[in-house]
Design a protein around this ligand. Structure first.
Ligand code: GAL
Length: 682
């Protein structure tokens, strides 16, 4: 990935040049009387808070009517924060349009695929492509930029908030018009669109772009390429909106960095963040854990991907939670140590800012049961004490700030287009879950104590020895060539079921699966054999597959069969294959092995690629290792994934800022240690 030679980070308001983590939260003073503001500043200082995100949902307060503006309260809040030594990541305040705007202009409201209006009453009820919304939002953006351009507290601009969180897919007439423009730009002629969409199927041939619509509720499965293009378009439409706000900010305040908070987490998949990252000065992310066995693996996976989207450079954790959220079916409180561990796990993956939603827990509104840095119980609480402790710990880890992620030897290739396309309807199975498969491989790396980067397609593969590309479903010709080159130069490629199947137009590669990767893998599949929900298949290496199987014919003499199906319809047939190619190899895994079965297979694949764990034996699987590199030093982050203490005495390095009660050489349950190690010449 090409690096911007002058990446911009926060513009800290004071002249202090000492490195420091940004630490803070979303701050919503408009929900509180003035006395509370004074207490807020005092408590922020006690906690070591040095930045807040302000005015995110303040449009209705700032502009109470089309031509009425009220900045007085915000001026006061900005001044107060500044006098308390707290910097501001100032929102453009456009995330949630006020009632007067949606009343005056109901045509800004999104429409769902059934043609139903998404009404105001919550937030983010605006069409990404509405010219009317954009006009009003940019007017507000301009007013904010002009008002606060010289305010000494201003450290960065925060465009909108979680663009696309609730409104990425809009099927309105505005969206239809913008979709057609997007298609004209992509295809040039309606003939080219017809070819790409395969419209000779079901009499869908278009005579003009005007006839094309978003994939609104249809009698049966809408055209798959239309669906895929609508996903691409919807991500692009929000990216275009992001650019529009950013351009206003850059015009008025060219010296102030601009960011927006991504949502690299869980099943949030509408926004192609790897494609958005180049639009902002630094990458910010929001992350919330979900309960479950892979909860922290998922956090790590998301943080890892975010760090790589940020090009390896430090990034900003804009939101996570001190304890429970309010929007899951059951909202579990964090246990002792988890607030710090979750925060430091993001830092381990390159975050130089640790912020929460939100500073003070709301007393009213839909988020009143969402945790915050200051809970309903007040400062006399375990949560606030943990917040203060974390602030102090970040303060003493300051030398890590500015260090970059140190690449691993192995990577997981994460491909938005494959995520989008592989989970569409009318496929061999509805049960396939792209991100889960990728996460299961990641969990297998963690179980073996081997570092792996989660990189997006388009990132350079050059530094990697082994790349796992799970469900790499969409493989255009150039990607097939790049993967072949990777293997030819000695790289080890691993891919799975439903990979290599279609091109960029979602057209099947012909001649047998896995289409674009068939020759490289040295196998050929005539027909998919997905499994019913309760079906299992045993492999002769003892592992158990679910979800998918393939009837594989080996077509190349250099292919070794690593495992065969032992039972089921395909008994005796190859299940896992590996083709050696010079120094490199290309392996295929035809079934879902999950977190149970993948570690053993991965161990074998890593062994054949000459990659081992950097951790001592007792720590493997129990401790996650990530490495950041600064001037002359590496920083080893060791995160205890378990609820038991783990002995790390065998590891060289000088411990930095141990957590409270932490003994050298021992990681407490859910604890984190950071070791400074001199960089070696190799
Ligand atoms: C985010 C959002 C915040 C808050 C938070 C609660 O999606 O940006 O404003 O709603 O979730 O978890």
């Amino acid at each position: 990935m090409t690096r911007d030679p002058s990446p911009r980070w926060l513009r800290w308001p004071t002249d202090e040049s000492r490195p420091r983590f940004a630490y803070g939260a979303d701050y919503n003073p408009e929900q509180w009387p003035r006395e509370v503001w004074q207490e807020d500043i005092r408590l922020m200082r006690e906690a070591g808070v040095n930045i807040v995100s302000l005015a995110i949902f303040s449009w209705a307060r700032i502009q109470p009517a089309p031509d009425a503006w009220d900045f007085a309260w915000l001026d006061e809040a900005m001044d107060l924060l500044h006098s308390g030594g707290i910097a501001v990541d100032l929102a453009t305040a456009t995330a949630s349009p006020p009632p007067w705007l949606s009343t005056l202009h109901p045509e800004i409201l999104p429409v769902n695929e059934r043609g139903e209006t998404v009404w105001p009453g919550a937030r983010q009820h605006w069409r990404p492509t509405s010219p009317v919304f954009r006009e009003h939002a940019l007017r507000l953006t301009t007013a904010m930029a002009e008002r606060y351009r010289d305010h000494p507290a201003l450290a960065a601009w925060h465009v909108s908030n979680e663009l696309g969180c609730h409104n990425v897919y809009d099927y309105s007439d505005d969206a239809a018009g913008a979709f057609r423009d997007w298609l004209r730009a992509r295809y040039g002629t309606v003939e080219a669109l017809n070819a790409a969409w395969g419209t000779d199927f079901w009499s869908q041939r278009y005579g003009a772009f005007e006839q094309v619509l978003p994939p609104r509720l249809a009698a049966s499965h809408p055209n798959p390429t239309q669906q895929l293009d609508f996903k691409r378009f919807s991500s692009d439409a929000l990216k275009d909106y992001l650019r529009a706000e950013r351009d206003v900010l850059r015009r008025v305040t060219p010296e102030v960095p601009v960011t927006t908070n991504f949502m690299v987490m869980g099943e949030t998949k509408g926004m192609h963040y790897a494609d958005w990252a180049g639009e902002i000065d630094f990458v910010s992310n929001d992350h919330y854990v979900r309960p479950g066995a892979q909860s922290r693996d998922e956090l790590s996976f998301s943080a890892n991907l975010t760090g790589n989207i940020a090009g390896g450079r430090p990034w900003f954790l804009m939101e996570h939670s001190t304890s429970a959220v309010n929007w899951q079916s059951v909202n579990v409180a964090k246990r002792e140590g988890e607030l710090a561990r979750d925060s430091l796990l993001h830092v381990a993956h390159g975050a130089d800012a640790v912020c929460f939603f939100q500073w003070r827990q709301s007393a009213a509104g839909a988020e009143k049961y969402h945790s915050a840095m200051v809970p309903h119980a007040g400062a006399d609480s375990e949560v606030f004490r943990s917040v203060v402790e974390l602030g102090a710990r970040l303060g003493s880890l300051a030398e890590v700030v500015g260090s970059e992620r140190k690449p691993a030897r192995a990577a997981i290739l994460f491909d938005w287009e494959s995520w989008w396309a592989s989970e569409q309807d009318s496929h061999p199975t509805e049960l396939l879950n792209y991100r889960q498969e990728a996460l299961d491989w990641y969990s297998a790396f963690l179980a073996l104590g081997v570092r792996a980067d989660v990189i997006h397609t388009g990132a350079s593969l050059d530094s990697y020895d082994l790349v796992v590309a799970p469900i790499l479903h969409v493989v255009p010709q150039p990607l097939a060539k790049e993967l072949a080159r990777f293997v030819e130069r000695g790289g080890h490629l691993v891919t799975t079921y439903f990979s290599g199947v279609v091109d960029e137009n979602d057209h099947a590669w012909l001649g047998g699966y896995p289409g674009a990767l068939r020759d490289l893998l040295g196998i050929r599949i005539e027909e998919f054999a997905p499994l019913l929900p309760a079906q299992r298949v045993t492999l002769d290496d003892g592992s158990v597959g679910t979800l998918w199987t393939d009837r594989i014919a080996v077509t190349d003499g250099d292919v070794e069969v690593w495992a065969r199906y032992e039972d089921g319809q395909l008994a005796g047939g190859p299940a896992i294959t590996r083709r050696a190619l010079g120094e490199g190899s290309a392996a295929y895994v035809s079934t879902r092995l999950g977190t149970e079965g993948l570690p053993a297979l991965l161990e074998r694949l890593l062994g054949a690629a000459g990659i081992g764990s950097e951790l001592p034996e007792p720590a493997r699987g129990r401790v996650e290792l990530t490495v950041r590199s600064g001037a002359g030093n590496d920083y080893w982050f060791l995160v205890n994934r378990t609820d038991e203490p783990v002995d790390i005495a065998g590891l060289a390095g000088e411990p930095l800022a141990p957590g409270a009660g932490q003994r050298p050489g021992l990681l407490p349950p859910r604890g984190v240690a950071v070791l400074r190690r001199e960089q070696r010449a190799d």
